[in-house]
Ligand binder design. Structure first.
Ligand code: ADP
Ligand code: MG
Length: 369
């Protein structure tokens, strides 16, 4: 997968820009607040379907403007002609998305066509943060190569919202709850089962890759394991069987409704999942050193790219936002020596030597080579 170019208009601090990238390493160099991350944000939006900075859609429109345009051209292993994706945002009206000139109804329809892996400093806390960051890791990673996963996830969250509303209103309206909760629980259990099944398979695969990277990086033979921890607390074998997961969730959601009313929310489901990461059988989150936690996070990001490659036959574009300055010399070298065979777009404030990289200078929302 190669991002050949990006064109931006009235996007963040960028009035107008057209930036071309090469196959190997591309480095965006500039001082703080010049527009390095803004450009990566623009690119990654085409992979993620939204801003990775959690911005509201209109936030990316340049201050004082009403409309922004972004467009990328990219090539894949299986198709060498340049494909395009385009997003037009306008204040007060619906965004427009085009893929190869054809309008798409939903942003999520384009996900999986242009694939990228983002690694930014926040990801270095993947291990020590709470579970929601790890769930997000799984959701982003799996959605890149399994659009059905993303659709399940979207349905799941819509159903969860409805079910939570019923539960919150239970004191005032127990009748409606008793009449309808069963249906919501069934639908929720079904989507939860599909998602848990994907997540459990993914954790198994990615865990094996992470263990290998960790060993190479540290030169030690500590045993790293990753385990999927679903809130239905089933075994790995059971998570291989969608019907078994669905039945268990339905049972939990049916038998514990009074507890859920007490807590004012749905207490079981994939919104409570986590990944347990163990070093020699001990929780890396609780007992790992900061260095070990960072090495694991780095390994998880590299492995995310590898699994995407093995699932699609194409290496996703690697976007490294300011992460090199956060890593020590050893880990920085390790990262760079493991990403030679793909396109990488790096942002940095430092004038480090990147060898044969394409250098792009960034100043005030302008990009020059
Ligand atoms: N919607 C917007 N319109 C104009 N400027 C913006 C907008 N959003 C952010 N910025 C500006 O972009 C700059 C930050 O750019 P960024 O790409 O994050 O910098 P860096 O080069 O350090 O990565 C800040 O000066 C900020 O004010
Ligand atoms: Mg930045």
């Amino acid at each position: 997968m190669i991002c050949n170019y990006i064109k931006l208009k009235n996007y963040r601090n960028i009035e107008e820009a057209e930036v071309f990238f090469e196959n190997g390493v591309n480095v965006l160099i500039g001082d703080n607040a010049q527009g390095k991350t803004n450009l990566l944000e623009g690119i990654y939006t085409f992979a993620l379907g939204k801003s990775f900075r959690g911005a509201k859609e209109a936030d990316v429109i340049k201050f004082g403007e009403n409309e922004s345009l972004s467009m990328i051209g990219f090539t894949t292993n299986s198709r060498s002609d340049i494909q395009t994706l385009k997003i037009r945002l306008r204040k007060g009206s619906r965004r427009q998305i085009e893929m190869n000139g054809v309008r798409l109804e939903r942003l999520s329809e384009m996900i999986g066509s242009f694939r990228a892996v983002l690694f930014c400093p926040e990801h270095l806390s993947l291990i020590k943060e709470g579970p929601s960051m790890r769930r997000n890791y799984l959701d982003v990673a799996i959605s890149q190569f399994r659009p059905v996963y993303l659709r399940s996830l979207q349905r799941y969250h819509a159903i969860l919202e409805q079910r939570n509303k019923l539960i919150k209103n239970a004191e005032d309206d127990r009748v409606t709850l008793d009449a309808t909760i069963g249906l919501w629980s069934e639908q929720l259990a079904h989507e939860a089962a599909v998602i848990a099944n994907f997540r459990s398979k993914y954790v198994k695969k990615v865990g094996e890759e992470v263990a290998k990277y960790f060993e190479k990086m540290t030169g030690m033979s500590e045993k790293v394991e990753m385990q999927y921890i679903g809130s239905s607390k089933q075994t790995e074998e059971e998570y291989g069987d969608i019907k078994a997961i669905e039945n268990r969730y339905l049972q939990l959601l049916t038998e514990n409704i009074d507890r859920e009313i007490g807590a004012s929310s749905t207490l079981w489901g994939i919104h409570k999942d986590d990944i347990e990461i163990l070093i020699n059988g001990k929780s890396a989150r609780m007992f790992g050193s900061q260095g070990q936690q960072r090495s694991l996070a780095l390994a998880m990001k590299l492995a995310e790219g590898d699994i995407c490659f093995s699932e699609t036959g194409d290496r996703p574009v690697l976007l490294l936002d300011d992460v090199l300055s956060e890593l020590d010399e050893k880990r920085r070298k390790f990262l760079l020596s493991n990403v030679r065979d793909r396109q990488v777009i790096i942002t940095t404030c430092e004038k480090t030597d990147f060898g044969e990289a394409k250098r792009i200078n960034v100043e005030g929302g302008k990009y020059s080579v």
